[in-house]
Design a binder for this molecule. Sequence first.
Ligand code: NAD
Length: 482
Amino acid sequence: MNFPTTLDGIYLNGQWSAGPAHLRVINPATEALLTTVNGGDEQAVDQAVTAATQAFPDWSRTSGAERGAILRNIANGVRNGREQLITLQSSNNGKPQFEAAIDVDDVIATFEYYAELAEGLDAAGDTNVPLPSEDFSARLRREPCGVVGLIVPWNFPMVTTAWKLAPALAAGCCVVLKPSEVTPLPELELAAIIAECGLPNGVFNLVCGTGLAVGAPLSADPRIAKISFTGSNAVGVQVMQRAAETVKGVSLELGGKSSLLVLADADIDLAVELACGGGFFNAGQMCSATSRVLVADELADEFLERLRKRAQAIRVADPFDPEVEMGALVNQAQYQRVLGHIDRGLSAGARLLCGGNRPADLPRGYFLQPTVFTDVPLDSALWREEIFGPVLCVRRFSTQAEAIALANDTQFGLVASVVTRDAATADRVANELQAGLVWINAPQVIFPQTAWGGYKQSSIGRELGPWGLAAFQEIKHVVRAV
Ligand code: NAD
């Protein structure tokens, strides 16, 4: 695919423009420069928030049906641009095309789901609240919370955007979106599609740029009612601190250190497939990566042997290779970070079962072999910190109570997976795990209808489902003397 040398990185009030920040966009599979995006700074953020603030009174009064129709237009626009979006995402992010296709289909499903919820708002209307007094009546209204700032990461650029943007627009909010400076290309294309879908000027605005130049002023702007952020814990804390100064709401989707529990009666082949999916999909760059694998003593030897064989057989290749199973990591910084984790894990005494290096047939690009460690010390960074790369840490356990305690022993609580043939045990273990989403014998399927978010330091709030819509609504009670 040929890219223009430069791209405008600002869309505000219905107009594209170039800002002063020159963001170099790299193809991680080749290390080649794809293009330069001319993104914005504090001034562009100020203008975007002004445009959104001016558009808000009219947009907030549109009916749910009007907003739903536009969300359906966006879903159809994404469907029509599906191939282009897949190509852009694989080129910019390094993920295989089949993974990028899953992302694009998720974006379509998310916009369609929130179109339905928006349309339902008209019929639902205000609701009466029964009171213990005949002298008063009360009704409950849900209103859009205002102008919102959406800040997203690079690992699932379009998906994390859709999970925020679709419910924000459905609720009647106006939006300023800040994509990751690492992966702006899919978002720029998405913005180009949205620009054709009938939104009034100023309702949707986008400013590409770095976290400090764009994300920080967006988080601090007093006209913003809410910041919805997905990214690292370190930055999430900074966003929350800035937002606190003007008491704006925050939704945070942060890191994870999740576990896959393989119980003694598990189907070993299924467990191996789920371990590989949970550890190596998106080259492990997932907040939901089940990077800790806890396996019952009874089948640990057999499981490890099959896992090693499967991991070594995974085809690491260019995202456009038709046989590819795992693509490249997103950039040099992330690549070095993951290699650093591997080195420190070895120094801490962890045993490398397989992987740990660049594949011999891929001298360029940020490629890493699927990597599995065993005997990982419980106090090592490898066991405790989010690695965000294709690295699994396997530990044996002798009782289910021990497995649950190991899984819960982390500051995070995003997801977990359980593999067992016993339905009652699966439910009991799922209920004991401190995680926002638990999969039983299932890959990491996500539906717009089910909540996304975690316990402890993984999240504040929930995305998707009606909770994702409620996150962009204020609650108003009107109480009347009868
Ligand atoms: P990051 O925190 O470095 O960046 C996320 C976004 O914040 C980017 O757009 C970045 O430019 C912006 N940013 C950086 N500094 C900022 C500042 N001071 N103020 C405001 N914005 C700023 O994260 P990343 O490296 O892009 O993504 C990886 C992280 O995202 C991982 O920790 C992962 O677990 C997390 N993540 C979480 C979820 C979830 O749903 N819980 C989903 C995907 C990724």
